[in-house]
Design a protein around this ligand. Structure first.
Ligand SMILES: [Fe+2]
Length: 302
């Protein structure tokens, strides 16, 4: 329970209630005498939820050549302001690190939702430029990283965390990172779906161990079971969308709202071109984006 302190005397029929949350922040709310008990209970709950959401610093960043989103999250309520970066791109590493410096947060993890085929990850360059940062990717991806994560793992940054949900199908190692569940975590939750769910779409399933059947099952069991208000932040968008929700995609996603057989048939008949970056990006991304020593040296000297 949150410690409460009541300030007296009442002022013009209203009393002021100060809430001291467990994070040390203080909010003052006015409430009428008659509805005091009910208001106290509601204020306690909403203040804790709002405080958890406020302490999350969240930025959505865009790389235009591959239409990739990179996400920065930090716990601003923690003295060290620990931060994570999801799906950084090699071409925008300097922009991302400059923002991180400006905001005064401490990057601890550079994470990927999967081995990307359309761009080279910025993870390896970040590790060279910011010693101490650790890379994260799924064990199932067979890629190199400091931390190989699996279904159910928790990635802590300060007092916030990301839950790992295995969502294979676009690639065999895809995961979705979901912000924590609980009163002291952001509400609504945020789900970083990679290419498993795009806004009104999904990633292709014809390369990198992809499987339309597996993708369908992953999304329906791991993403569409989240609360409907959960925010969906994908790895890409090609139409200018920035965010969706679980409820919205369950209603309007033109592929994933279909039954499994129809979905499979849609995915098998997309007739997409061979991914132009795949032969460069995948080998690089299997090694954290640092495919050779020359790249490492160049990154370190710039
Ligand atoms: Fe992808």
């Amino acid at each position: 329970m949150l410690p409460l302190r009541l300030h007296l005397p009442a002022h013009r029929g209203l009393r002021l209630l100060s809430l001291f949350t467990r994070f040390g922040s203080r909010q003052t709310v006015a409430f009428s005498v008659e509805s005091k008990v009910r208001s106290v209970a509601m204020a306690s709950y909403s203040t804790a939820a709002a405080d958890a959401s406020r302490r999350l610093l969240f930025r959505q960043l865009f790389e235009k050549e591959s239409s990739t989103y990179t996400y920065l999250l930090a716990d601003m309520g923690h003295p060290e302001k620990p931060a994570v970066l999801i799906d950084p791109v090699d071409k925008t590493v300097d922009r991302d690190l400059s923002l991180i410096r400006d905001l005064g947060v401490k990057l601890i993890y550079a994470m990927n939702t999967h081995v990307h085929a359309d761009h080279v990850t910025g993870t390896g360059i970040i590790k060279v430029k910011v010693p101490g940062v650790q890379s994260v990717i799924s064990k199932a991806s067979n890629a190199k990283a400091d931390h190989l994560i699996e279904q159910g793992d928790k990635i802590n940054f300060g007092n916030l965390y990301l839950e790992v949900r295995a969502t294979p199908g676009h690639t065999l190692g895809c995961v979705t990172y979901v912000t924590g569940d609980g009163l002291n975590q952001p509400n609504p939750r945020l789900a970083f779906t990679g290419d498993a769910v795009l806004i009104r779409g999904c990633g292709r399933t014809d390369f990198q161990g992809g499987s339309s059947r597996q993708l369908y099952q992953s999304v329906h069991s791991q993403i569409f079971t989240l609360p409907k208000e959960t925010l969906i932040y994908p790895a890409h968008d090609y139409k200018g969308f920035t965010v969706s929700t679980v409820g919205e995609e369950m209603l309007y996603n033109p592929r994933l709202t279909k039954d499994e057989e129809t979905f499979k048939s849609i995915m098998e008949n997309l007739k997409l071109a061979y991914p132009k970056m795949i032969d460069v990006a995948v080998p690089a991304n299997m090694a954290c984006g640092l495919q050779d020593v020359a790249v490492k040296a160049e990154a370190a000297s710039s």
